[in-house]
Design a binder for this molecule. Structure first.
Ligand code: NAD
Length: 498
């Protein structure tokens, strides 16, 4: 059995805890490797190594740091196919989607290549007589990232790409379900020229997360995962004096106005609801058609579209999506479907009986469609995170806008319409962090920022873009003068700018 080790101070590090997590191949259902879980002492050793490395790295000029990011980008592009294969084999998403996962992370690295420009501070000449004021952004020290299973390449790169470019060192605690690609990313950062200790990967579960949240040398923690854990991470990390951003779960709605191009909407919904088996925080698992006619037409077309979907193993180039990540997760999705039936929603397409010939033990589940889903239902209120599309019918624009606005989650939302004024009003009023207008998965580009509202994110600062730079730096402001001539009298009142 292959063991997946930690990566500390530039090399593989075998821990001695004797605790492991199973890493499955979701296509076959077999355990393909086991990942070591770190002890508190091992995590402390990684943090100490990171703290030591950070001093020299912060003193390295930003252009040199950017060169490492440029080289890292080249190396990832060189290794793209191999990385995508590993990612698919542990996560279950199809190869093209794994490449998208890596590419979206690379786009943050491209942003980080411009860090010398982004880090330039502010300067005021002559703020007072002979006085100049300038401010600069300095790195925090050792930062940490705790990431979910569903984007094992993109989300680590959202975090360490920016954190390291601005001069921090980093401890990454990836999901224990698909930990191999994050280790490969750290190896590639070393090959790209990052000094040993600047990027470290330690594996584990809640124990490792707690060790990070309470470690006195870790200054900031970025978390992405489910909401209850995000909330816990936010509370525990901030109680220990850390800066914390903690992104949580989601239940994104797609609003379909009567004037929308339904041919396009059906294609968009199908990809956004069922792509990656629905295991995306920016998936669209809820569709809200406005008006009975829109709902009826949409339902008919969706049923036909779902019939064309191919579920297959992650290396099948013709498959639209592959297995979900684990047997437990598959069971959880099937349970939610049953709850939906029990609470009175109409199960129009039932994906639970799907089996892939030759891969009977794989974690596959077919696409499901519900109609008649209502606001009070548990299956509407909670995140299912699987290939299940729920139709919640609305009678008016007002009712449609109130649904995502009042939902506990506020990650993303999309509106489909040909009416620019309605779309503009929707974008302005909806109580959700990221909005798509005829764009089903409105993940902002790397130089903008990513972050939801309500229980989809705890903390004030988004991921990547300028917000990411702010999260991983602190501002220092210098007021300077160079007196000459006679000694001035002591001043006992606060200096002001008259
Ligand atoms: P998860 O919350 O189970 O795990 C996330 C991380 O927390 C992992 O590293 C895991 O090891 C760790 N963890 C697990 N249990 C813990 C505990 N009890 N205490 C402390 N840490 C713990 O999430 P997941 O299943 O890996 O990922 C799916 C979830 O992530 C979904 O809810 C999805 O919506 C969310 N997600 C959100 C975003 C976003 O940006 N808002 C992006 C991707 C995924």
């Amino acid at each position: 059995m292959r063991d997946i080790a930690h990566f500390v101070n530039g090399q593989a590090f075998n821990g001695a805890s004797g605790r492991f997590g199973d890493v499955f191949n979701p296509n076959t259902g077999e355990v393909q490797a086991r990942v070591q879980f770190a002890t508190d002492g091992e995590i402390d050793a990684a943090v100490q190594a990171a703290a030591k490395a950070q001093i020299g790295w912060a003193a390295t000029n930003p252009q040199r740091r950017a060169r490492v990011m440029f080289e890292f980008k080249r190396l990832i592009e060189r290794d793209m196919n191999g990385l995508a294969e590993i990612l698919s084999s542990e996560h279950g998403k199809v190869i093209a989607d794994s490449k998208g996962d890596i590419q979206r992370g690379l786009e943050v690295i491209e942003f980080a290549c411009g860090i010398p420009h982004i880090l330039k501070g502010e300067y005021t000449e002559g703020a007072g007589p002979g006085i100049d004021v300038y401010s600069m952004r300095q790195p925090l020290g050792v930062c940490a990232g705790i990431t979910p299973f569903n984007f094992p390449a993109m989300i680590p790169m959202w975090m360490f790409g920016i954190a390291i470019a601005v001069g921090n060192s980093f401890i990454l605690k990836p999901s224990e379900k698909d930990p191999t690609v994050p280790v490969k990313l750290a190896e590639l950062m070393m090959e790209a020229g990052a000094p040993e200790g600047v990027l470290n990967v330690i594996h584990g579960d809640k124990g490792a997360v707690d060790a990070i949240l309470t470690h006195p040398l870790i200054r900031a923690v970025s978390f992405v995962g489910s909401s209850d854990i995000a909330h816990y991470v936010y509370q525990t990390g901030t109680a220990h004096g850390k800066r914390v951003q903690a992104m949580g779960g989601a239940k994104n709605h797609g609003i379909v106005l009567p004037d929308a191009d339904l041919d396009q909407v059906v294609k968009d919904l199908s990809g956004a609801a069922f792509g990656s088996a629905g295991e995306r925080c920016m998936a669209l698992p809820v569709v809200v058609p406005v008006g009975r006619k829109t709902g009826d037409e949409l339902r008919e077309r969706l049923v036909a579209e779902i019939d064309t979907l191919k579920v297959g193993i992650s290396t099948d180039a013709a498959a639209h999506y592959g297995p979900v990540v684990s047997a437990q997760h598959r069971a959880k999705i099937a349970d939610y479907i049953q709850i939906g039936v029990d609470e009175g929603a109409e199960l129009v397409v039932d994906g639970r009986d799907f089996h892939l010939q030759g891969f009977e033990k794989g974690f596959f589940i077919g696409p499901s469609l519900f109609d008649g889903v209502e606001k009070g239902m548990k299956t509407y209120q909670e995140e299912i995170f699987g290939p299940v599309l729920q139709m919640v019918r609305a009678e008016s624009f007002e009712e449609a806008i109130s649904l995502p606005s009042e939902h506990q989650y506020g990650n993303g939302v999309a509106i489909f319409t040909r009416n620019g004024r309605a779309a503009r009003e929707f974008a302005a009023r909806v109580n959700v962090g990221m909005v798509g207008i005829n764009v089903p998965i409105p993940v902002p580009v790397a130089y903008h920022t990513f972050g939801g509202w309500k229980r989809s994110a705890f903390g004030d600062t988004n991921q990547h873009g300028v917000e990411g730079v702010k999260f991983y730096t602190k501002v220092k402001t210098v007021t300077a003068r160079w007196p000459e001539g006679d000694v001035e009298d002591s001043a006992f009142v606060i200096p002001t700018m008259k």
